[in-house]
Write a protein that binds this ligand. Structure first.
Ligand code: 0O3
Ligand code: SF4
Length: 339
């Protein structure tokens, strides 16, 4: 995603009622924005377009960000929700969130050429689920999946196993009330983008109620989710307002907003992009924290900072809590020449 569009200063000016320039301290959380799984998923679509030409179909938003989706649409991607919207000779990419096993099976039945952009860290959870299920044999455990109902990652992970093999645990109350058939043969897995703190509480409840439960050491929340939440925690206590740049359907972005609020920010807002910013929220704000969800391009952060600089004297500090150095190879059919 190299395209960078800055809002013309004249347009940004429409949003402010006062021309008086005062100082605004800006704390930029680091890490923020794209994770390795999102970067890879976007490269899969771009590389597919380059190799096969437009159109390339993408099942579900490749990542939950309208700017990313619109950028790829402009290059020839067509986003659909189900495979039956893909024509017989179409190339189709599965989104970073993962898909139930039935989806590639259906693509194969229809002889569609498909590319799987599921993040390797989501695929890892799929394999964990399969390992606990153990092919339905004598070692089989019933699986409790901690996650949010209806989210595509949850649908995809639960869809690795037959119906009934996985029970979804949405929150601590459900962890307290779930009544599994055999409490001695349980395992748990989690969505990768959950709140680290909420999930720790849920895991504690499950481990206390079911001491024999198997699972990861802590949970399956990925490095990127963990680091972005830590980074927001570091800036929130000093911030009058934290703006998290991200789309409303982005689970990890929503969690960052919650983390900011719970960690001491006076207020925290999810803002998809500069054009969605209600400038009145900045009234009385002396320190503004900014972060971005794992699916939000850095260009959106820069666009916001540039627009802010038109109206305030900015004192920008970047607070980096961790350096990241993760990247993933493209999936099989694209790996050789593009990586
Ligand atoms: O899972 P989430 O709604 O946060 O998805 P996004 O916003 O597309 O971010 C990428 C994360 C992902 C693909 C699943 O881990
Ligand atoms: Fe992968 Fe984590 Fe990014 Fe999801 S948030 S795509 S699991 S790296």
């Amino acid at each position: 995603m190299s395209d960078q569009t800055f809002l013309a200063p004249e347009r940004a000016a429409e949003h402010v009622s006062s021309t008086e320039q005062r100082t605004l301290r800006v704390l930029l959380a680091g890490p923020r924005g794209f994770c390795a799984g999102v970067d890879r998923a976007i490269r899969v679509v771009e590389e597919a377009l380059r190799r096969y030409g437009a159109p390339v179909y993408v099942r579900h938003e490749i990542v939950h960000n309208r700017t990313v989706v619109e950028g790829l649409e402009a290059k020839g991607a067509i986003f659909v929700e189900e495979l039956d919207e893909v024509p017989a000779d179409g190339h189709v990419v599965f989104s970073a969130h993962g898909v139930p096993k039935a989806v590639p099976a259906e693509a194969e039945r229809r002889n569609l050429l498909y590319l799987d952009a599921t993040c390797p860290l989501v695929s890892k959870v799929h394999r964990e689920a399969e390992r606990h299920f153990a092919g339905g044999g004598p070692e089989q455990r019933h699986i409790l999946m901690i996650g949010h109902a209806g989210h595509p990652e949850v649908v995809g992970t639960m869809g690795q196993l037959p119906q009934g093999a996985v029970t979804l645990i949405n929150d601590a109350d459900e962890a307290r009330s779930v009544q599994p058939e055999d409490p001695s043969r349980l395992a748990f897995i989690t969505q990768t983008t959950l709140s680290v703190d909420d999930t720790a509480e849920i895991v504690d409840i499950l481990r206390t109620r079911f001491p024999d439960i198997e699972g990861p050491r802590r949970e399956d929340i990925c490095y990127a989710t963990t680091n972005r939440q830590e980074a927001v925690k570091a800036i929130a206590p000093e911030s009058d307002l934290v703006i998290v740049i991200g789309s409303p359907n982005s689970s990890n972005s929503q969690r960052l907003r919650e983390v900011a609020e719970r960690s001491g920010a006076r207020r925290a807002l999810l803002v998809p992009k500069l054009a969605d910013l209600d400038w009145s929220v900045l009234e009385g704000v002396e320190t503004l924290g900014i972060s971005a969800g794992a699916s939000a391009p850095e260009t959106l952060v820069q666009e916001m900072v540039v627009a802010l600089s038109e109206h305030f004297v900015l004192q920008i500090e970047e607070r980096i809590v961790k350096k990241e150095n993760v990247s993933f190879r493209l999936p099989g059919p694209l790996a050789t020449s593009a990586d």
